[in-house]
Design a protein around this ligand. Structure first.
Ligand code: RB5
Length: 154
């Protein structure tokens, strides 16, 4: 079934986000660009929140099949920290294809975070493709990720 891919960035990730969108528009998926529209300086938490709330609202299985998010900033780090504040969001910074595949297969990550200042465009595209193609394996991995929502530091 067709996937819906939500994307957002800050100024530090704008160029890579644009390249990812261009590549995604050539394949069979629904693409939603949640901004920004240019490289003016902006704050990444605002975009991480926007995408996270949109993803949670759509549900992991939206009207057009699975919904996944991609957040891009300079390093991917700030975006992942901000997105992971939302219960139900499992955002993973990935710097290679193995991490991307495992983030889906074992962690059921629903948001991929990329760093434009870390990865070249070619590698970033391969990381994105690996992330989007890998299925969650479920089983013992489901039990483990369910503990994200039930364990508390209190
Ligand atoms: C912006 O300069 C930069 O701090 C941001 O893109 C990101 O890397 C934060 O984690």
């Amino acid at each position: 079934m067709t996937k819906t891919i939500l994307l957002a960035s800050d100024h530090g990730g704008f160029a890579l986000k644009s390249a990812l969108i261009q590549a995604l528009r050539k394949v069979d998926c629904v693409v939603e660009d949640l901004g920004p529209e240019g490289t003016s300086s902006c704050d990444y938490p605002a975009y991480a929140d926007k995408l996270s709330l949109r993803l949670l609202e759509a549900g992991e299985e939206g009207q057009n099949g699975m919904v996944l998010g991609i957040l891009v900033c300079g390093t991917g780090l700030g975006m992942s920290m901000a997105a992971n504040r939302h219960p139900g969001i499992r955002a993973a910074v990935c710097t290679n294809e193995f991490m991307a595949r495992m983030a889906r297969a074992h962690n059921n990550a629903n948001v991929l975070c990329l760093g434009e200042r870390v990865l070249g465009q070619g590698l970033a595209l391969e990381v994105m493709r690996a992330f989007l193609a890998a299925p969650f394996e479920g089983g013992r991995h489901l039990r483990r990720i369910e503990q994200f929502e039930t364990h508390s530091m209190a």
